[in-house]
Design a protein around this ligand. Structure first.
Ligand SMILES: Cc1cc2nc3c(=O)[nH]c(=O)nc-3n(C[C@H](O)[C@H](O)[C@H](O)COP(=O)(O)O)c2cc1C
Length: 183
């Protein structure tokens, strides 16, 4: 398995064709979904909207951080993190109205949709990072996207190409410690 995360700072500025991004989203749409609630939603930033979103993200950080906690380096990182990215996909769970389907299930389903994107991106040598950094979980971000209170932003997915080979994967807990076979 060679799926790996790639930091946006290691991306090279080359653009992904929008049609390929659309295909990644079509794969995302085939995530498993209990009772067909299909809760995954995506907001796709491309071209100069990528920088615009980063600028807005940095400003949201500034507006929602006290002077004592504000870090210029963090502001600059949010502002310039994606300078060499091609697209940013904001993935969120839109809470459905079926009371039998739990929030956990809706979040799992949306996370599966995100993983479909990551796996497909890897096969196409697209560099990708699922990030929950910055204000991803902050109510201000939900407000920015006009989401309902019960919706959840699950991540900012940074996409691009990289000249660097994917870094070697690291797992700190042995697989055998994560599995209990009964036979
Ligand atoms: C829910 C979630 C949130 C993550 N948020 C961040 C993040 O904010 N910043 C970051 O650098 N990586 C983030 N990652 C990526 C992990 O750092 C990365 O998956 C981990 O280092 C393992 O590397 P690998 O994906 O190459 O196996 C996140 C991953 C997940 C699943």
């Amino acid at each position: 398995m060679n799926r790996r995360s790639c930091k946006p700072a290691l991306m090279n500025g080359k653009k992904i064709d929008d049609l390929i991004v659309q295909q990644l989203l079509e794969l995302a749409d085939w995530a498993p979904t209990h009772a067909h609630t299909e809760p995954w939603r995506f907001i796709v930033f491309a071209n100069d909207k990528v920088q615009q979103f980063c600028k807005d993200h940095a400003e949201l950080y500034k507006a929602n951080t006290t002077a004592e906690k504000f870090e210029t380096s963090k502001y600059e990182k949010l502002l310039h993190n994606a300078d060499n990215c091609s697209h940013i996909i904001v993935a969120y769970m839109k809470r459905g109205t079926n009371p039998k389907i739990t929030v956990t299930e809706e979040i799992c389903s949306t996370a599966a949709a995100i993983q479909n994107i990551l796996l497909a991106a890897s096969t196409l040598n697209i560099a990708v990072l699922w990030s929950t950094g910055g204000l991803t979980y902050h109510p201000a971000m939900k407000f920015y996207f006009n989401l309902n209170n019960e919706d959840h932003i699950l991540g900012l997915i940074y996409l691009g190409y990289s000249d660097n080979a994917p870094k070697e994967g690291k797992r700190v807990t042995a697989l055998k410690e994560k599995i209990g076979w009964k036979k």
